[in-house]
Design a binder for this molecule. Structure first.
Ligand code: ITT
Length: 202
């Protein structure tokens, strides 16, 4: 059975593949569907955007599809960048430009007030029909400068308090055990397993 991951972000895709680990599935992504319709991510919540991705692409591809929407919410910035995480720095967005913008906005914020959390919403749909939505979170603190080179996005800024290091320093071994994506995918993996079994039995 095929599972399309409705993303263009290759690093996110790699993490999802590692976390889903379902051998009976052939996992593809939007790079296998270059003509797929564009998804306008204008939802107010991560869940809304994840559902949009899953439903629209599953209808187009005619198969089981995962939509994932994720981002960073910073307390001192009233939840920003939030659902705008990937495009926080505007037109010429990049991970580096996004991180610089966060550091600039947080310049005056003292160490005790730099709490943040990552959110990952994941939706599963089949042929345009929504089957399930799950969400995971991971709590941390925003660093005063970028540290480490592993992961992607805001990982060089996201310190895990228990380790005193950023996700970019800790690497995927630790990230895959505690991240927002791990918590969301762990729940969705069970839903997918049951769905595959049901399809096989029918
Ligand atoms: P798709 O929409 O094609 O999936 P995207 O990168 O635009 O790709 P999102 O709209 O879900 O995906 O935005 C996610 C952004 O949130 C991502 O680009 C990062 O800036 C940030 N982000 C999410 N998860 C992250 C993680 O595990 N580590 C670092 N940054 C993360």
């Amino acid at each position: 059975m095929e599972l399309v991951v409705a993303t263009k972000n290759s690093k996110k895709l790699r993490e999802i593949k590692d976390l889903i680990k379902e051998r009976s599935l052939k996992m593809t992504s939007l790079s296998d569907y270059p003509e797929a319709p564009r998804i306008i991510e204008n939802g107010d919540t991560f869940k809304e955007n994840a559902i949009k991705k899953a439903v629209k692409i599953s209808r187009y591809a005619g198969c089981l599809t995962l939509g994932e929407d994720s981002g960073l919410c910073i307390e001192a910035l009233k939840g920003e960048p939030g659902v705008r995480s990937s495009r926080f720095s505007g037109k010429n967005k990049s991970d580096l430009a996004n991180n610089h913008k966060v550091l600039r906005l947080m310049e005056e914020v003292p160490p005790g007030s730099r709490k943040a959390f990552y959110v990952c919403a994941v939706a599963l749909a089949d042929c345009g029909r929504l089957l399930s939505v799950k969400e995971g979170k991971c709590y941390g603190v925003i660093a005063s400068k970028q540290r480490g080179s592993s992961g992607f996005g805001y990982d060089p800024l996201f310190i895990i308090p228990g380790y005193g290091k950023t996700f970019a320093q800790l690497g995927e071994g630790v990230k895959h055990r505690i991240s927002h994506r791990y918590h969301a995918m762990k729940q969705m993996r069970e839903v997918i397993k049951k769905y595959i079994e049901k399809q096989r039995d029918s």
